[in-house]
Design a protein around this ligand. Structure first.
Ligand SMILES: Nc1ncnc2c1ncn2[C@@H]1O[C@H](COP(=O)(O)OP(=O)(O)OP(=O)(O)O)[C@@H](O)[C@H]1O
Ligand SMILES: [Mg+2]
Length: 276
């Protein structure tokens, strides 16, 4: 499998009143085409900071160092316009705070059309149809109406599903999904995960998937990286981490979530009705 994203010794610091706070410390990982790396870790452990550094989404108050190689090309220090074009194009992005990803002044349909227009060769009419199809795929009812709404008229879970639909539709080489299913109800979560799995099975996309939901993570990740206080404390094949973690913190984290994990896996395998 070839490496799509290779992160080497990534560190992120935050400038605060003349001091530098270390938020991510020397983290390395890679994700290959057709593979999925899951990042696990308690709240505040640096998962989102890591994603944002990779995507070039940190402002001047932050300092990122190390290597972020996307298809062999270093993204740290790359110009903002190039990074903007990659995001939503060859890199599909689903962020933890969906509201921040939409422009409050434009309707959902307009924003979807802009992305699809920029990154596909579809004509205007086909874009409208495709947008509605994507919403349906994400189990959004009455897609025509939703396309006419403004972001603030939709719930966080709905916006999250719009983002996921778009990220998956563009068949990017890399998908970075930061807690993509947290705001989504359990039934839709299963369909959304099935869509992620479908994309993974095409073998064309590398997926970086962040979640503190072990059930969700265990159904998609084949490699897992565990973060704590900005550091990578353990990494390896998902099966080994889930069943036989070396690190005591990881073992505790997994023990706490194991019951939920097996229930979720059973539901995804059986279909949405089983999860109700
Ligand atoms: N905008 C910010 N400015 C300064 N520090 C921040 C900012 N956002 C997050 N941090 C700090 O960076 C550290 C890592 O936060 P991060 O958001 O990456 O955690 P996380 O692992 O994604 O947590 P969660 O599971 O809650 O999403 C935390 O100590 C947090 O307080
Ligand atoms: Mg986060």
């Amino acid at each position: 499998m070839n490496t799509v994203l290779d992160v080497r010794n990534l560190s992120v610091r935050f400038r605060s009143g003349g001091r530098l706070l270390s938020l991510v410390k020397d983290v390395s990982f890679s994700v290959s085409r057709g593979g999925c790396l899951g990042i696990l870790g308690e709240s505040g452990s640096g998962k989102s900071m890591t994603c944002k550094a990779v995507l070039g989404l940190l402002d001047d108050n932050f300092q990122a160092e190390g290597g972020v190689f996307f298809e062999g090309r270093q993204l740290l220090g790359e110009n903002p316009e190039t990074l903007r074009r990659l995001r939503g194009g060859r890199i599909g992005v689903v962020l933890q705070n969906p509201m921040s990803c939409f422009d409050p002044l434009y309707r959902i349909g307009e924003q979807m059309a802009e992305t699809l227009g920029e990154h596909t060769s579809l004509g205007r009419r086909r874009i409208r149809e495709r947008s509605a199809e994507l919403l349906e795929l994400m189990r959004i009812r009455e897609p025509g109406e939703v396309l006419r709404k403004y972001p603030h008229q939709l719930s966080g879970g709905m916006l999250q599903r719009v983002m996921i639909g778009l990220a998956l539709a563009l068949r990017p080489s890399l998908i970075i999904a930061d807690e993509p299913t947290t705001a989504i109800d359990s039934i839709s979560r299963h369909s959304v995960m099935r869509e992620f799995l479908r994309i993974k099975r095409t073998g064309e996309t590398a997926i970086l998937f962040i979640s503190h939901d072990l059930g969700v993570l265990s159904c998609i990740a084949d490699q897992v990286l565990v973060m704590r206080l900005g550091e990578a404390v353990e990494s390896g094949p998902a099966g080994r981490i889930f069943d036989n973690a070396r690190d005591a913190y990881t073992r505790r984290l997994i023990r706490r979530h194991k019951a939920v994990m097996s229930k979720f896996l059973a539901a995804v395998r059986q279909g949405p009705e089983a999860a109700a």
